[in-house]
Design a protein around this ligand. Structure first.
Ligand SMILES: Cc1cc2nc3c(=O)[nH]c(=O)nc-3n(C[C@H](O)[C@H](O)[C@H](O)COP(=O)(O)O)c2cc1C
Length: 328
């Protein structure tokens, strides 16, 4: 599809459409990332907690499509060898989220690799800006996966006010269609990054059972908590929680954080014993934008529909304005 929308993001990365694939842990593998880039967006491999062999395989699968890679900051800071390995791969961008990424940004810049820092609070945007990050992603709490407590609708324009017009800023969290892209541009973003919508794509690395459950669930079924971090034995810093489709296993614990911690060993055993596709026990990570996900689509169609619908909405925007004769 030809380019319809031109923003500092499309110019900065040399892409046709202002749509980025979120680096969803192992779900955004090399195939999905390459497909989003091929469609004119920007694909990010989701390397999550950083398994070096998986990272190598994902880059191989992406072939010669330009793709970036995203890692969880607090994990990557504990793995300097992995950071070097990733930088040696010369990704099209290095994306980091969840922690103080300043040393990682510095290392990437030394290697000439474009940097993307996803922030959850305004004070983190200041940090990202000071570190000289090329692209800042403002993540609202309605998004799938880990995050913090800020909603997107005030955070995004506040980030824009902070950075001024020259910084490339993206919006993430609860965005899944052309309405989200058009609204984000109006709120000060140069494009959107979407996770949940691309999870429900043909190319996403997950089972048909998982994808069917995404389609059959809605935003009301999701909630932020630390339950599945405890269940998976992941030691997340306390100020982050994860938005996940809650299930029969998690629900009784959600309002009992102390009891949850005390029963951590039992919870973990039950979790590990369950079939990976048994989502009455296992975590299915997704955000509130499930309300807008009604089918599994090819990733390229998601990119194109999002841009086409946003362009239509933007071109209809003058219809809100009264002409001079009508003004009272
Ligand atoms: C299944 C899933 C896995 C995710 N894994 C990661 C991750 O490993 N690293 C990361 O920075 N963000 C991760 N995220 C969060 C995304 O970066 C992004 O903020 C979020 O998907 C945006 O909201 P949305 O899901 O409503 O589009 C994940 C999101 C989902 C849905």
């Amino acid at each position: 599809m030809k380019q319809l929308i031109d923003t500092p993001l499309t110019r900065h990365l040399g892409i046709r459409h202002p749509v980025m694939l979120a680096p969803m842990d192992k779900i955004s593998d090399g195939l999905l990332a390459a497909e989003v880039s091929r469609a004119g967006g920007f694909g990010l491999i989701g390397a999550g907690y950083g398994d070096p062999d998986w990272v190598d395989a994902a880059f191989e699968a992406a072939g010669d499509q330009p793709v970036g890679i995203g890692l969880i900051t607090w994990c990557l800071l504990e793995k300097p060898k992995l950071l070097q390995r990733v930088l040696d791969r010369k990704p099209a961008a290095l994306f980091v989220s969840f922690g103080d990424a300043e040393p990682i940004i510095e290392a990437a810049k030394e290697h000439g690799i474009p940097t993307i820092w996803q922030i959850q609070r305004l004070e983190q945007a200041e940090q990202a800006l000071e570190a000289g990050t090329e692209i800042i992603v403002a993540q609202g709490q309605d998004g799938g996966g880990h995050g913090m407590d800020r909603g997107l609708s005030a955070l995004l324009p506040a980030v824009r006010d902070l950075t001024g017009p020259d910084q490339v800023v993206l919006a993430a969290g609860g965005l899944a269609d052309g309405r989200g892209l058009a609204a984000s541009l109006m709120l000060g973003a140069d494009g959107v990054m979407m996770g949940t919508r691309f999870w429900a794509s043909h190319e996403a690395n997950g089972s048909d059972i998982a994808k069917a459950r995404l389609v059959n669930s809605g935003g009301d079924d999701t909630r932020r908590s630390s339950f599945f971090d405890i269940a998976r034995g992941l030691d997340w810093p306390g100020n982050y929680s994860g938005r996940v489709i809650q299930n029969e296993f998690s629900k009784p614990w959600l309002n009992e954080p102390e009891a949850m911690k005390a029963a951590a060993d039992d919870i973990r055993q039950t979790y590990e014993a369950a079939d990976p596709d048994d989502f009455s026990v296992r975590a299915l990570i997704a955000g509130e934008s499930l309300d807008l996900v009604h089918d599994i689509q090819p990733a390229a169609a998601i990119v194109e529909t999002t841009v086409r619908d946003a362009a239509r909405l933007l071109s209809n925007a003058p219809s809100y304005l009264l002409n001079q004769d009508q003004q009272t």
